[in-house]
Design a protein around this ligand. Structure first.
Ligand SMILES: Cc1cc2nc3c(=O)[nH]c(=O)nc-3n(C[C@H](O)[C@H](O)[C@H](O)COP(=O)(O)OP(=O)(O)OC[C@H]3O[C@@H](n4cnc5c(N)ncnc54)[C@H](O)[C@@H]3O)c2cc1C
Length: 368
């Protein structure tokens, strides 16, 4: 029997997808959203919003047309036996289906009590960074993943001398050596310098980093882009299986009956073990799977969608297929200077510095 009382905790990309999909597939029961914030579409935060204040409003979501009750408070606990979620405003929210979509928070590396570590996860973070980059002559970014390089791009374009520090080779864990090296060459044309080292934040408030060889890089702005941590602390005493994120199966079911989860808060149990892929497309595909599962409909979407995009040093990169991209690509279309449509075996296709829609990329992958 379909549930009549669905509670969704977290109303950004994953939670909003569940809410929209439930209503568009005819769910007419009660919908309660528990989230202290308006939903946020995060990818533009490190791109348009870091560059331009006028892009801020476009990232905020509006759920008002969905006929739901929005409880503007954090969820603080789950009692599965009584099928109840608790919120910090003293509210109790009974459900017969629960969706966990509390996302993740930026990982921090400051010492205990040390202030001034900048990160980028929220609109407020993006606003603060944009304002600081406008004044900064120098910036250090700790972490050379895609987020670190997007932030480094914004700082460099605002006029700062930027150093990116990482213990691993920049971008390789995600893009593999071929693309990583090409992207880093493009970043270098903006003056971005790469240092290979561990980094410890120094100063109170933070005003630089100490590298492993003892050298201290002092900067006007220091930003940590060192990954994220699923927000699961509110579920601590719930009995839910958590293993680096809420564990879900291919129907987005958790270990507790009638409890589903999606997005950055989850890890997926697959035949190959536990997978975590905190990308926008997965928040969407998993949100769709949750809605289908709740409604007892066939699940058509995969639980992990191998698609992500980024934009570094003015170069748009769209990847369809699993990463990292190991070895050299086959060039399917050459747009010059390394740009073009690239393929890694028959498993991954990349639009590198060229415009190509996702359906066209998926079609190119099928044709391989
Ligand atoms: C700056 C930035 C840039 C990115 N760029 C890209 C990109 O280019 N390409 C890409 O594929 N991916 C990108 N990502 C990743 C992508 O944005 C995430 O995968 C996606 O936002 C995950 O959505 P989510 O709904 O699971 O989580 P979130 O967006 O984190 O949303 C979680 C929601 O839960 C709420 N919440 C948290 N705790 C509680 C609680 N206890 N009670 C109630 N509500 C709670 C929060 O307020 C929030 O609304 C980027 C991420 C960031 C931060």
């Amino acid at each position: 029997m379909s549930p009549r009382d669905v509670v969704v905790v977290g109303g950004s990309t994953a939670g909003a997808t569940v809410l929209r999909e439930l209503r568009s597939h005819g769910y007419d029961g009660r919908l309660t959203l528990v989230d202290p914030e308006p939903g946020t579409n995060r990818p533009p935060l490190s791109k348009a919003v870091l560059a331009d204040a006028s892009a801020e409003p476009s990232v905020l979501m509006d759920h008002t047309s969905l006929d739901l009750e929005h409880v503007r408070a954090v969820a603080t606990g789950l009692d599965h036996a009584s099928r109840t979620v608790f919120s910090a405003d003293g509210g109790t929210h009974p459900f017969d289906a629960l969706v966990i979509a509390t996302g993740s928070r930026a990982r921090r590396i400051a010492a205990s009590g040390q202030t001034g570590e900048a990160v980028l996860r929220t609109v407020d973070d993006a606003r603060r960074l944009r304002e600081r980059f406008a004044e900064a002559r120098s910036a250090v970014v700790v972490g050379a993943g895609f987020l670190g390089l997007e932030v480094a791009t914004a700082a460099a374009k605002a006029g700062a001398a930027v150093t990116v520090v990482d213990v691993d080779p920049p971008l390789e864990r995600l893009l593999g050596p071929h693309l990583a090296s090409s992207v880093c060459q493009r970043a270098a044309t903006l003056g971005i310098v790469f240092r290979r080292s561990g980094a410890e934040l120094v100063g109170e408030p933070v005003r630089g980093v100490r590298l492993e060889d003892g050298e201290v890089l002092v900067a006007d702005v220091v930003v940590s882009c060192v990954g994220d941590e699923p927000v699961t602390d509110w579920l601590r005493d719930s009995g839910l299986e958590i293993d680096g994120g809420v564990v879900i199966d291919d129907r987005a079911r958790t270990s507790l009956p009638d409890v589903y989860a999606a997005g950055d808060a989850v890890v997926v149990r697959t035949g190959d073990g536990i997978v975590r892929a905190p990308f926008w497309a997965n928040a969407v595909t998993q949100g769709r799977v949750v809605a289908a599962s709740i409604l007892g409909q066939p699940v058509e979407d995969p639980i992990v969608d191998h698609y992500f995009w980024t934009e570094i040093a003015g170069t748009a990169i769209r990847v369809v297929g699993p990463v990292p991209l190991v070895g050299d690509p086959e060039v399917l279309e050459d747009a010059g200077s390394g740009s073009g449509l690239l393929a890694w075996g028959s498993s991954s296709v990349v639009a590198y510095g060229i415009r190509r829609s996702v359906p066209k990329l998926r079609a190119a992958l099928r044709d391989l």
